[in-house]
Design a protein around this ligand. Structure first.
Ligand code: BEZ
Length: 251
């Protein structure tokens, strides 16, 4: 099933999710872009990391499924195109492929890995960070419970897949990569506002069929369920992120 389309204007995204590119600093370091390299950025969002890669002197070709986000990236001077990571069709063109916080929206991930391998020159690197097994488990569970209580099957609306290290290593190897590093780690992440803002920004595929009173009731139920686990003593919501970060090389 294609990922349900998210409505992400760059302004809304930056209000609720500016932390996403900020958290991408370490995977950008791992990429270590070099002047003159041709680099594909998959799921570029509003392009702030693509612009940083470009500032290093590399030539960036950025893609995202959201036209609004692509416009935002273009406004930063990035060559950005509306394209699905599962549909890329390049042959030995890129020195490196980069992705931050995007691959978990693309199912099946095996298709993306195969296309990335084809897009890279031999020896080219694929450096990415994405949600890993257990990512946002508490949020997902609370959302599932609130929807199931209303007779809705949430798995039909669930756009995410969060592989574990074993599955990712297997699929990357099968696609023709040698793994240089692959780590999974918890990264509890402070949100800029209420958990409802996170849900409206990132979980809209679960919520969009609901009437507005039902939508508010679901958000409230999720909020109450998550308070003991995710609202800290300073009244800041802390999302239970788990990251999978890897650097692999095309054989
Ligand atoms: C993530 O970056 O892990 C993520 C963001 C939004 C929804 C699900 C996961």
């Amino acid at each position: 099933m294609p990922s349900p389309r998210q409505d992400w204007s760059p302004e809304t995204y930056l209000r609720n999710a500016a932390f996403v590119p900020e958290m991408g600093a370490s995977v950008l370091d791992l990429l270590n872009p070099q002047p003159g390299e041709r680099i594909l950025d998959i799921g570029c969002g509003e392009g702030s990391l693509s612009a940083k890669i470009q500032a290093s002197g590399a030539n960036v070709f950025a893609i995202d499924l959201s036209p609004e986000q692509v416009q935002g990236a273009q406004a930063r001077g990035v060559e950005a195109h509306v394209m699905d990571g599962r549909d890329i069709d390049f042959d030995n063109e890129f020195d490196a492929v980069f992705s931050n916080a995007a691959l978990h929206w693309m199912r099946p991930i095996s298709k993306v890995f195969i296309n990335v391998a084809k897009a890279l020159k031999p020896g080219g690197r694929f450096v990415a960070e994405m949600g890993g097994a257990g990512n946002i488990a508490a949020i997902r569970t609370a959302l599932y419970q609130a929807l199931e209580a209303r007779g809705i099957n949430p798995s039909r609306h669930d756009p995410w897949s969060f592989p574990g290290p074993g599955e990712a290593t297997y699929l990357l190897g099968k696609a023709g990569f040698e793994v240089k590093s692959l780590d999974i780690f918890a990264r509890p992440t402070e949100l800029p506002g209420d958990i409802g803002g996170w849900l409206d920004t990132f979980a809209s595929s679960f919520l969009k069929g609901l009437e507005s009173t039902e939508h508010d009731a679901v958000l409230d139920e999720v909020r109450q369920a998550l308070k003991p686990q995710l609202l800290n003593s300073q009244d800041i919501w802390v999302a239970d992120y788990v990251r999978l970060k890897f650097e692999v090389v095309k054989l």
